[in-house]
Design a protein around this ligand. Structure first.
Ligand code: AMP
Length: 192
């Protein structure tokens, strides 16, 4: 299964992707996790990305395309993947479509988790206290939601206009949301 999970920061897509990975037996590819690992390791990409990430803004499309190209060239994606955090703007969605066409592995599903902003703000506050991620600071979360509305929401429109988008209610218990995603995937047809 080749799947893109869309949703605002704090919508639960990382948590659900981690579960889907076991269920679908495909790798969970989180560009946010990969960038945080690069920051922690002090790689050149990490050094470039840190301030941008701390401010809740998007890291450059070129850096992300390099990361995603490299990751999708690895053997463990032969049976599919779950993309979490990519694509984040329409340019990335177009680049991903072209890349997947090139390797003959089109997406099979695009699922968006819908969670209202008030719930997002509450969830990220809890995560901020638990994990201390700088970008979960309530002020930064407001900026991230703005970036989402301006740059990432159009990605959902991009897939919707191609008849590829499926929306799932992301409010509720983890298990309930997980079951909704599975039901949606079971009902979904392959997409290009
Ligand atoms: P996430 O864990 O997905 O919320 O990502 C954390 C941060 O990493 C984001 O706020 C961005 O600064 C950066 N990031 C992750 N994925 C992307 C992407 N596809 N494009 C640009 N920046 C990204």
């Amino acid at each position: 299964m080749r799947l893109v999970l869309l949703g605002a920061p704090g919508s639960g897509k990382g948590t659900q992707a981690a579960r889907l990975k076991d269920y679908l037996q495909v790798p969970h590819i989180s560009t946010g996790d990969m960038l945080r690992a690069a920051v922690a390791a002090g790689t050149p990409i990490g050094l470039q990305a840190k301030a941008v990430m701390d401010a809740g803004q998007l890291v450059s499309d070129d850096i992300l395309l390099g990361i995603i190209k490299e990751r999708l060239s690895q053997g463990d994606v032969a049976n599919g993947f779950i993309l979490d955090g990519y694509p984040r703007n329409v340019k990335q969605a177009e680049a991903l479509t072209a890349l997947l066409a090139e390797i003959g592995q089109p997406l099979e599903a695009v699922v968006k988790l819908d969670v209202p902003n008030e719930a997002i703000i509450a969830r990220t506050e809890i995560r901020f206290k638990a994990e201390g991620r700088k970008d979960d600071n309530p002020d930064v979360v407001r900026d991230r939601l703005k970036v989402y509305a301006e740059q990432t929401a159009p990605v959902a429109d991009f897939y919707a206009s191609r008849g590829q988008l499926q929306s799932v209610d992301g409010v509720g218990e983890l298990d309930a949301v997980f079951n909704r995603i599975i039901e949606t995937l079971d009902a979904s047809k392959p997409v290009g």
